[in-house]
Design a protein. Structure first.
Length: 249
């Protein structure tokens, strides 16, 4: 049994887990991957749960834990996961709190609403592309003209990502499989390695290294195309921490 269930896998999720430990609030943190679990603090009062869950499994977990509230600290682009968490909270009759990630200025970036628009934009341009969108968007990037020659992929260095890239036809020599966060200079090195004339990314805020990507692209003299962040409502980090403080007994 715990006071709080946090769905994490992000920088913010780790920060909230550490905050719960510091405040003496018992919490469980659910992450999708082993890598996400390795980054969490392993301290008394914190339960780390690893594995992808659907909404029914989430609701069962909530009931099993007997928690009083749920915090959604998943990635701002993980819309399907967020929808599952909301549905599970309704089924388990628990309060749902969404943690909002701070946004960044886009400057003179090329902004697109969805992957369809992004592929269209890329196909209107020439040259190589460096994608930092992550592995989820890789299937859609195969619709880019001559994608195997033009698209370079930066993603996490996992066996599943490598296998997906091979299955989709992305050549091994076009893969940059490394763990972030990346500095401006590391981003610049990846841009130069790929020979990219366009950096493709998500507006992932400071927590996701977005400012460093923009600065690197500017220093390298290339444009950045940004997949717009889905609109959502929620609470700031300070508001969520205040909620956690109120759960201390």
């Amino acid at each position: 049994m715990c006071e709080l269930l946090i769905f994490g896998g992000t920088t913010e999720g780790r920060e909230l887990a550490q905050y719960c430990c510091a405040c003496g609030v018992s919490a469980a943190v659910s992450v999708a991957t082993e890598y996400g679990g390795e980054l969490l603090p392993h301290e008394k009062g914190l339960c780390v749960l690893v594995g992808r869950l659907d909404s029914d499994e989430m609701a069962s977990l909530m009931r099993e834990l007997g928690c009083r509230a749920v915090i959604d600290a998943t990635h701002p682009y993980a819309t399907e996961v967020t929808a599952n968490i909301i549905a599970a909270c309704k089924a388990a009759e628990l309060p749902y709190h969404r943690l909002l990630r701070g946004s960044s200025e886009l400057g003179d970036c090329l902004t697109v609403r969805d992957m369809e628009e992004l592929v269209e934009l890329i196909n209107q341009r020439g040259g190589n592309i460096l994608s930092t969108l992550g592995s989820k968007e890789l299937p859609k990037l195969t619709e880019v003209q001559n994608f195997a020659e033009r698209v370079w992929v930066r993603a996490l260095p996992t066996d599943s990502v490598r296998a997906l890239c091979a299955e989709l036809g992305f050549p091994e020599e076009h893969l940059i499989l490394e763990r972030g966060p990346f500095t401006v200079w590391q981003n610049m090195a990846h841009i130069e390695l790929s020979g990219a004339s366009l950096l493709v990314t998500k507006e992932s805020g400071a927590a996701g290294g977005f400012p460093e990507k923009l600065e690197a692209a500017e220093k390298c003299g290339i444009k950045t195309a940004v997949l717009a962040r889905p609109e959502e409502k929620g609470s700031t980090m300070e508001e969520i921490k205040s909620l956690i403080c109120g759960m201390r007994r």
